[in-house]
Write a protein that binds this ligand. Sequence first.
Ligand SMILES: [Fe+2]
Ligand SMILES: [Fe+2]
Length: 194
Amino acid sequence: MKATEVLMDEHKGILAMLDTLEKACEAIQAREMSELRRIEQILEFFSVFAHACHFGKEEDIFFPAVERLGEVLEGWPTSALRHEHVLVQGVFSGMRAPLKEFEKNPLNSVFRFLPNAREYIGLLRDHIREEEKVLFPMVDAHMSVGEQEHLSEEFGKIERSILNRCGKSLVRGEDGLPVLAASTGSPDTPEQGA
Ligand SMILES: [Fe+2]
Ligand SMILES: [Fe+2]
């Protein structure tokens, strides 16, 4: 599989989870507080799958390969995309922090959570759209399939290493989208080929 195909496949999972988060926010806004129980699981997906695994693959493997294309993609601002990753994760922290105080002050906690969650959803959707509409087509036009497949293999190493460290594994739901599950293996197992 080409690197851009792997990343777009992951985007589908991330976008679907953003839709789930958006629906949960609407329910919480309508005072259906039972929805809060699902939030921690949703946030863990973004923390592990979107930030650590997906952003990690882009920042450590994909963007450097794009930058090596040099003149062909001259002026392409991978630095702007890296900066957006930082922004997205900053807003994520702002969304997660108030929930830690939920027991003490539920309403205040929810009112601080909701605007951050909506900002996070918007930022991450825009970021994904930008990568898919502009960057990936340029990469597909200028990077060989062989090089892209090599990047995909490197992606696999990063993903296994991160999931192993977190004690998580990825499974596919009935809809084919990625779901985080508790790992059945030991988190201390040395990473093969990493
Ligand atoms: Fe990205
Ligand atoms: Fe991405």
